[in-house]
Design a protein around this ligand. Structure first.
Ligand SMILES: C[S@@+](CC[C@H](N)C(=O)[O-])C[C@H]1O[C@@H](n2cnc3c(N)ncnc32)[C@H](O)[C@@H]1O
Length: 219
């Protein structure tokens, strides 16, 4: 499987606690989906789900767990590659007996093309992606025209892409990228009540960062 040469994430996964490590080894088989180059049968994975929602970059997974508990009718595919966060979300799923989250540990640039059928997702959530504020790092930002094309291919027509960032210049850059796409329509919205405040967002709010939510629909 081809992996991107420019990474949208930083390698900082070394400080994993014993509990997170234990959760990963005990629970990944139960609540995780192994990464393969075979397309997933989402109906088998979430037989009763009304909507299938992918969350990209869930971090420590606290918001993911809250959303899944609040919307048991939906199935959540949670994708990240940060080992402590994978362990933490797996532990939350087990402790809170959550049955509608499946965790995939890899770069979403690999997961989407190899494992997800076209037009299979009802929604994609991308909350507080690494902002890469320095100009020399902008090329690492995940929201690019190529990324939008990938998301567009996997969303059902009428499906939505909900993003949030606490880095205002990134919010503006995201809108610029969307403005070049004829596959999406939307823009800035007020934070919906159903989106919990995430861990990263809380840290941004403490630094007086302005939070922007963006909602785009697939044409
Ligand atoms: C800044 S954190 C935000 C985490 C969480 N959404 C929050 O708001 O607290 C960004 C997360 O995205 C993940 N990430 C970055 N690039 C990714 C990629 N290409 N595929 C999957 N996850 C990615 C990182 O590992 C990290 O956990």
């Amino acid at each position: 499987m081809e992996r991107p040469s420019i990474r949208s994430y930083s390698i900082r996964g070394t400080r994993i606690t014993q509990a997170q490590r234990d959760a990963k080894s005990a629970l990944q088989e139960v609540h995780g989906v192994p990464v393969t180059n075979k397309l997933l049968d989402l109906k088998t994975l979430f037989p009763a789900a009304e909507k299938i929602i992918m969350e990209i970059g869930f971090g420590m997974g606290e918001a993911t767990a809250i959303m899944a508990l609040n919307s048991p009718q939906n199935g959540y595919l949670a994708v990240d590659l940060h080992p402590p966060g994978i362990g933490k979300l797996l532990a939350r799923i087990q402790e809170q007996e959550i049955s509608n989250i499946k965790v995939i540990e890899d770069d979403v640039h690999v997961v989407l093309p190899y494992m997800i059928h076209d037009r299979a997702l009802d929604a994609v959530h991308l909350y507080f992606p690494d902002p890469w504020p320095k100009s020399k790092h902008h090329k690492r930002r995940i929201v690019t025209p190529a990324f939008l094309q990938l998301i567009a291919a996997k969303l059902k027509p009428g499906g939505y892409f909900h993003l949030a960032t606490d880095w205002f210049p990134y919010a503006q850059a995201m809108q610029l990228v969307f403005s070049t796409s004829d596959q999406f329509n939307g823009g800035v919205i007020a934070k919906p009540d159903w989106r919990p405040v995430t861990r990263f967002e809380g840290q941004g709010i403490d630094k007086d960062h302005r939070v922007t939510d963006l909602l785009y629909f697939r044409n």
